[in-house]
Design a protein around this ligand. Structure first.
Ligand SMILES: O=C(CO)[C@H](O)[C@H](O)COP(=O)(O)O
Ligand SMILES: [Co+2]
Length: 216
């Protein structure tokens, strides 16, 4: 089974993003997660294209870009050009998810769809065979450092059942409150990609934390 760690740069030292990228380059993490927040869909504002471009310049890992913005369809081409390798949008932010999926595909990059914890998993059923990944938020999108929501395990099982029933091949990613303590049970539950911000960048030894998350 595919097991990927995608550390979230949101929890890094923004005064030294180059060092953060280089640390991840030298780690066992396979992707780098980039949180784009607009102060509208979510109450927080993170960063935009210039920072994404700077990270792209220094990162050797695929950039896993998580859009928490209204009207994502307006910016897909710019995010692709700025360096996104995987572009994930929130189902809640669009009227026609299929057309957004097609717009992202047209850029020649991978596509993901995501929902907040209060959105029924069943809304994803029409899309699981059309995307490369489904991201289940395990906290409400907007801030790093929140506590993992325990009802997420039931949601992961429901998503897995839908994916199997539809014989789809998308990866399952979870984001929010992931750490060394819950990583192994999440992988055992069928999750393929773990996003971890504060657990990695706040750790005394981030390389060891990433290793432990992949191997315990
Ligand atoms: O999308 C996000 C928040 O909206 C972040 O990716 C997520 O919260 C990661 O941070 P942490 O691992 O510290 O919970
Ligand atoms: Co995220």
């Amino acid at each position: 089974m595919t097991k990927i760690i995608s550390p979230s740069i949101l929890a890094a030292d923004f005064g030294n993003l180059q060092a953060a990228c280089e640390m991840i380059n030298g780690s066992e993490a396979q992707w780098l997660h980039i949180d784009i927040m607009d102060g509208s869909f979510v109450p927080n504002i993170s960063f935009g294209f210039p920072v994404l471009e700077a990270v792209k310049k220094h990162s050797t890992k695929p950039l896993d870009v998580h859009l928490m913005i209204v009207n994502p369809e307006k910016y897909i081409s710019r995010f692709a050009k700025a360096g996104a390798d995987i572009l994930t949008f929130h189902y809640e932010t669009v009227e026609n998810p299929l057309s957004v999926i097609e717009l992202i595909r047209a850029e020649g990059i991978k596509v993901g769809i995501t929902i907040n914890p209060d959105v029924p998993v069943s809304v994803l059923e029409p899309f699981v065979d059309k995307v490369d990944l489904v991201l289940l938020m395990t906290v409400f999108a907007g801030y790093g450092g929140q506590k993992f929501m325990d009802n997420s395990y039931d949601r992961i099982a429901e998503l897995k059942e839908i994916i199997e029933r539809k014989k789809a091949h998308c990866l399952i990613e979870v984001d929010g409150g992931v750490n060394e303590d819950n990583a192994s049970i999440l992988f055992e539950s069928g999750v393929n990609v773990l996003v971890a911000g504060s657990a990695v960048f706040g750790a005394p030894d981030p390389l060891k934390t990433i290793h432990n998350m992949l191997n315990t």
